[in-house]
Design a protein around this ligand. Structure first.
Ligand SMILES: Cc1cc2nc3c(=O)[nH]c(=O)nc-3n(C[C@H](O)[C@H](O)[C@H](O)COP(=O)(O)OP(=O)(O)OC[C@H]3O[C@@H](n4cnc5c(N)ncnc54)[C@H](O)[C@@H]3O)c2cc1C
Length: 436
């Protein structure tokens, strides 16, 4: 007799791993399925490539880099550990209150600001320069364990080698300790339906197909939810989406270097409400810089000589919901380019960053702005379009829980929001299972 799990979760990023953990804490039987492996070596360029789909080289049809994770823990493995509360205004619009869940997540993930020695000299110089110019920069909160974090490491985006950063693997492992089953190298391909209700998933692992059954099915695979949903008849999934377009701007300040400082440990949200812009110091490492220089054009290649000297700042925007996801295309699975409004927002952010870099000591001719890229594919199965406010699709017992359900582009670090949504969904699923 086939086991019927209480919950099957497809995808082990922050949204999915949270549902697995929370449901296992409520003594529910859980199967967590992840298409990637459990890459163990962190802190170098190879680790970043191994954590990402297509080794990090997923491009939109318009040749914008879009970052897609494919490993146990999802993009939290390569994220900067920057914690920003779920934005109230965005969720008020759809009638969702995440206040309680966000506070629970704060405690579970040990969210706090870092001491100055971990923030680093370059970040503090940028903060001071920005505030001297009249901007309102502050230290950002992080999900980093200060007792394990090491000054001048800065390798958060290469997968934290010190195990200091919270990642979704922590919640996945806790779920396993509570009795959940984890399948790695296993891709959920389809939802199994009976009498119009979701009752299980079809999976593929090394060419072998297998079905698993559950009372509730939660898709937490980000952009890959789109193909599964369309095959289940939910055609509107992925017809437009967000990527929170960002642009890296770097300059050379003698004696400084952000690539060795804690990324995104200072910055500002002061332009968020008014302009949909977030500004945070962070810069890609030499390998990502090489790809970005190639995409920017041959004239920027000589700037790679500064690869280890750059002080860099990122502008991230709330982009318009545009473009399309083509789930069956291996090459160029997206169409997404900045709109006029997106470009205006990016330009405004780049202008502010240039002023801050110059004030901090970067000569004009040392400053370079790379092309826009997208690190947060999201809002492709959004609340109000594909899922309701309980994150349920129109197929009974089929839910989504990850960045894909965001009601709009967030333009902010996503992890705290994804974890809060996972907690909220788990409470709802548990109530439903109790009642059934
Ligand atoms: C370089 C970088 C830095 C970032 N820094 C920050 C930061 O500092 N703070 C912050 O809050 N956010 C940050 N983010 C964003 C954040 O990491 C992501 O938005 C977040 O991880 C999204 O969570 P998710 O739940 O949507 O799942 P994802 O992280 O997208 O994970 C989805 C998981 O599902 C798996 N999967 C996909 N399809 C299937 C399938 N069919 N079957 C089985 N498994 C599947 C994938 O392999 C993956 O493991 C950063 C992102 C990047 C790329």
């Amino acid at each position: 007799m086939e086991q019927v799990y209480d919950v099957i979760v497809a995808g082990s990023g922050p949204g999915g791993a949270t549902v697995a953990r929370e449901m296992s804490l409520r003594n529910r039987t859980v199967l967590l399925i992840e298409r990637g492996g459990n890459w163990p070596f962190m802190g170098n360029t190879l680790s970043m490539a191994m954590i990402l789909k297509n080794f990090g080289l997923t491009l939109s049809r318009e040749l914008n880099v879009v970052v897609i994770p494919s490993n146990y823990g999802g993009a939290s493995l390569i994220c900067c550990g920057c914690a920003v509360l779920p934005p109230k205004a965005v969720f008020d619009e759809v009638g969702i209150d995440l206040t309680r869940e966000a506070q629970e997540a704060r405690s579970d993930m040990a969210i706090d600001v870092l001491p100055d020695e971990l923030v680093g000299r370059t970040n503090l110089r940028l903060l001071e320069s920005a505030n001297d110019l009249g901007y309102q920069w502050t230290k950002m909160e992080k999900f980093i364990k200060t007792d394990r974090c090491v000054a001048k490491c800065g390798d958060c985006m290469l997968g934290c080698p010190k195990d200091a950063k919270w990642t979704a693997r922590e919640f996945g492992e806790e779920a396993i300790r509570n009795g959940a089953d984890l399948l790695l190298h296993t891709t959920v391909t389809d939802v199994i339906r009976e009498n119009g209700k979701a009752v299980g998933v079809k999976t593929r692992s090394f060419g072998r197909e297998k079905s698993y059954y559950g009372k509730r099915i939660v898709l937490s695979g980000g952009v890959s939810n789109v193909g599964i949903l369309r095959r289940a008849g939910i055609e509107e999934a992925g017809r437009s989406f967000a990527v929170d377009f960002l642009q890296f701007v770097g300059g050379v300040i003698p004696g400084m270097n952000t690539t060795r400082d804690q990324p995104m440990s200072v910055g500002t949200l002061e332009h968020y409400e008014s302009d949909g812009i977030t500004i945070l110091p962070v810069f890609p490492n030499w390998a990502m810089q090489s790809i970005m220089a190639l995409l920017k054009g041959p004239r920027s290649l000589p700037r790679l000589k500064d690869a280890f000297r750059f002080t860099g700042i990122m502008v991230k925007i709330r982009d318009e919901l545009e473009g399309e996801i083509y789930p069956d295309k291996f090459l160029f699975p997206f169409s997404k380019a900045p709109t006029d409004q997106d470009r205006k927002r990016l330009d405004k952010g780049v202008g502010i960053i240039k002023k801050v870099l110059k004030k901090a000591g970067a000569p004009d001719d040392s400053i370079i702005a790379f092309n826009p890229s997208g690190a947060h594919p999201s809002a492709s199965c959004r609340i109000g379009m594909v899922v309701d406010t309980n994150l349920e699709t129109r197929i009974e017992n089929l839910y989504c829980c990850d960045a894909s359900v965001l009601p709009t582009s967030l333009g902010l670090p996503v992890v705290w929001t994804a974890v809060s949504l996972g907690k909220r969904l788990s409470k709802y699923l548990d109530r439903g299972l109790q009642a059934s």
